[in-house]
Each structure stands twice: as structure tokens, then as C-alpha cells.
Write a protein that binds this ligand. Structure first.
Ligand SMILES: [Zn+2]
Ligand SMILES: [Zn+2]
Length: 440
């Protein structure tokens, strides 16, 4: 206690001397970092508890009611100004530092997935819910429980340094990152409802656990496009229902849908110049029919398209539509294609990325790569990056020695991130905020 106060006083004094002189002197930052790391260590047991509590009670997108209430209560107790009900269940929390300066935002997502957990962990989720009209198990299978608990840990670290912070910290806890069929939500609505305004955010940071099978504590990212644009398509193939024993009396949408699935695979493999940028077209669902001896009226399909380049994205969307419609028409059927507004490319501002690279390097454990490969997953963090300079990075959560070939990744019912990464996440988020505000 006493030694912490001594460090705090020293930091305050040096910060005062340095203010107005632009970037902080290295010794000042060293002192701030030492204090930050100590605070992160002391909050860690609570971060683990929060993570397990949140993990045991997952909620689907736009339904994060208990989760949001819990976070809001914690943030208020830490002295944050808390605005709730943003984009339904989202939270914007503000901590004004003791000195004037810029505004830095840190973001976490709160939603879980319709996945029945198979980790066997003592705090595994036993929750159920409704998704697309079906009873499903619920699980934090994407690691958003990690994101929330690490940001709450960083919130506590930063609250302890409030008097010495030259600027304002804004925490953004958003719902529905995974998207909710037929409902608006997530980052796009947070932005519409002013999450980046009042006060105006100068830079925003976020992270995702996993995605790559790197060991716990690893940090990887890249400037420019880190994660793909993700577009969802739905196709309804309409034929004509008849007896399965007399298919010539109708038009079989199951056979047409099968041809469309195969035809769509040639868009990327045969029609796109893959030397310029990668792309993916995947059909993820296909539903139709009610009985073995009935040719049904229609088949419904849905899928995802991932691209890293705006022009290629437009081109692929047009080719997907053309392929589906023309294959259907060749059989006398129809295919109606609907495109949902997808997530843009997750874009790391090159100048901000370069500036903050030392901050992330300082806290990384295991692999550190500021020039990692892009990934074909997508993220609605991209909507913040369309408005303000943004930096998004990946935090490794694979247990040491895990086999990358068999490790259960995000969205698997066996996804079990290693809690050894929690401390790195807390330090990374708090350091990005402190270093950015300190003009580093
Ligand atoms: Zn996910
Ligand atoms: Zn996720």
C-alpha cells in the first residue's frame, strides 16, 4: 500500500513536469508500466472469477441482460460513469483522468453462441435458449467471456490510476458481435447510438482470443486488413412438389440445390484471381423436404462469403447470384438470393498500429508478430474502424504444447481457452490505453 502510493506520487510529479512537452519521458512510462503491471497482477484472481461466472451463464446476442447488469454494477463500483441500454444491452463507461488529454476507447463483446458445451469444465454452461425457433444449448464458445473479464480487469487497473491519466478512457461493452438473424445489433448500432461520441473517441482498441492456435499470451496482428469482410447469403430454391416415385411430375429443388452448392465452389476456385487476395464461399446450411418419398416444393440454403478487397467482394457477390439463378433456371426451377449486410474488412490504421506496436510487444508472452497473416474470420469491430483509427489484435489462448492440428478452436463445443492468457489480455488493454493517453 505504502509503496504503491510512493510510486503514484512520483508518477504524478513526473507527469506534471512532462505535460505540455508532448510524449512522456521513458522513465515516466516505465514507472507507469510498473504500476500498471502490479495492479494487473492484483486484479487477476478476480478476473478469473468473473470469467468463470460469465462462462457459466452465457446469453445470446441482443439478450445479454444479466451479463450487462453485472458489468454495469462492477463498473459503477469502480467509479465509472456508466451509460446502459446502448444498442439494447450495450454499455459505454467513462473514466475521466485527472489531467486533460485525448479519449481512448477499449471494446469487448458480450454475446454467446448457440452451441452445447462439451468441455467438461466444472464451470461449463448448462444454459439453454431459443435460436431460430429451436431449443439450443448456449456457450461462450468464441471466448467473449475472456474479452469481458479482461476488459473489466483493465477497467479496475485504469481506475486505480485515474488521477494520473492524461485523458479519458471509454469502455465499450457491445452486444451481438456474432450477429442475430433478422435483427440489427452489435457494433454498427453502438456506433449509430453514439458510442464513439460525447466525448469523441480518438482511437479504439480491441482483441480476440484464439482464432489462431498460438500458445497462451501470444499477440499477433498486422497493419491494414486483419480480418475479412463477411457477407451472408440466403438462397431459396423453388421447384414443384410431387411424389418421390415420379420426379418427372415435378421439379426437384433438392437436386438443383445440390448443383448450386457445387457450382458456387467454382466461383473462388475457377473464376477469381487468387494471387491478388484470398476469398472464400461456404454454404453452411441446407434444409428441405419432410419425407423420404416426397420431392419438396423448396430448399433453403445459407452461406458466407469472405473477402479482403472491396472490388473483389462486389465481383464475387455478383457471380454467386448469377451462378445460383442460372443453375436453377437450367432445371426449370428458380433461385432467389438475398444478401444480408455483412461486416466490412477489419482495418488496422497503419500509423496507429506502428505507434502501438511497442506497447503490445512489451506485454506479449510467447509469440509476438506485428505482421501476422490476415484471417478469413470477420468482426464487427470493423464498424468502429470505419469511424476512428482502430487497432485489433489476436491473443493466443492455446495451452502450452497443444497440437495446432487438433486443438479445438473458437466456435467448437470443446473450445477451452487457457486462463494463463488472462493476465496478458489485462496488461495489453490497460497498456494500450495508458500509452495512447501518455502520447507514446
Ligand atoms: Zn465468434
Ligand atoms: Zn468472437
Amino acid at each position: 500500500m505504502a509503496s504503491t502510493r510512493t510510486v503514484a506520487t512520483t508518477v504524478l510529479l513526473v507527469l506534471s513536469l512532462a505535460s505540455g512537452g508532448g510524449a512522456q519521458a521513458p522513465s515516466t512510462l516505465d514507472a507507469l508500466h510498473a504500476r500498471l503491471d502490479k495492479a494487473a497482477d492484483s486484479v487477476l484472481p478476480r478476473v478469473v472469477t468473473w470469467r468463470r461466472d460469465l462462462h457459466a451463464r452465457p446469453e445470446l446476442g441482443n439478450q445479454e441482460v444479466r451479463t450487462s447488469a453485472f458489468l454495469a454494477e462492477q463498473l459503477r463500483s469502480l467509479g465509472y460513469e456508466v451509460r446502459t441500454g446502448v444498442a439494447k444491452t450495450g454499455i459505454v463507461a467513462i473514466l475521466k483522468g485527472g489531467k486533460p488529454g485525448p479519449v481512448v476507447a477499449l471494446r469487448a463483446d458480450m454475446d454467446a453462441l448457440p452451441v452445447t458445451e462439451e468441455t467438461g469444465l466444472p464451470f461449463a454452461s448448462k444454459e439453454h435458449g431459443q435460436y431460430n425457433g429451436r431449443e439450443v444449448g448456449l456457450m461462450h464458445a468464441c471466448g467473449h467471456d475472456f474479452h469481458m473479464s479482461m476488459l473489466l480487469g483493465a477497467a479496475e487497473v485504469l481506475a486505480g490510476m485515474k488521477a494520473d491519466l492524461p485523458g479519458t478512457v471509454k469502455l465499450v461493452f457491445q452486444p451481438a458481435e456474432e450477429g442475430v438473424p433478422g435483427e440489427p445489433g452489435g457494433a454498427e448500432v453502438m456506433v449509430e447510438e453514439g458510442a464513439l461520441e460525447n466525448p469523441k473517441v480518438d482511437a479504439i482498441f480491441g482483441l480476440h482470443v484464439g482464432i489462431t492456435p498460438l500458445e497462451a499470451g501470444s499477440i499477433t496482428f498486422r497493419p491494414k486488413g486483419l480480418m475479412a469482410a463477411g457477407d451472408t447469403f440466403r438462397i431459396v430454391v423453388k421447384g414443384r412438389q410431387t411424389h418421390g416415385a415420379m420426379p418427372w411430375a415435378g421439379i426437384d429443388p433438392i437436386v438443383v440445390a445440390s448443383q448450386i452448392v457445387l457450382g458456387l465452389q467454382t466461383v473462388v476456385s475457377r473464376q477469381i484471381d487468387l494471387t491478388t487476395a484470398p476469398a472464400v464461399v461456404t454454404v453452411g446450411t441446407i434444409e428441405g423436404g419432410s419425407r423420404h418419398n416426397i420431392v419438396p416444393d423448396q430448399v433453403r440454403m445459407s452461406g458466407t462469403i469472405r473477402t479482403f478487397d472491396a472490388e473483389m467482394r462486389k465481383d464475387i457477390l455478383a457471380r454467386v447470384r448469377r451462378t445460383a439463378e442460372h443453375i436453377a433456371s437450367a432445371a426449370g426451377a428458380t433461385a432467389e438470393l438475398t444478401l444480408d449486410d455483412g461486416y466490412p474488412v477489419t482495418w488496422n490504421d497503419p500509423a496507429l498500429t506502428e505507434r502501438m506496436t511497442p506497447s503490445l510487444k512489451r506485454v506479449a508472452a510467447g509469440t509476438f508478430s506485428p505482421n501476422a497473416q490476415p484471417t478469413t474470420t470477420s468482426e464487427d469491430f470493423s464498424f468502429y474502424g470505419q469511424k476512428v483509427p482502430a487497432l485489433y489484435f489476436f491473443l493466443g489462448v492455446a495451452p502450452k504444447g497443444a497440437d495446432p492440428a487438433t486443438w479445438a478452436a473458437n466456435h467448437s463445443p470443446r473450445f477451452s481457452p487457457d486462463e494463463a492468457a488472462l493476465i496478458t489480455g489485462v496488461r495489453a488493454l490497460a497498456s494500450l490505453a495508458v500509452d495512447f493517453l501518455a502520447g507514446k
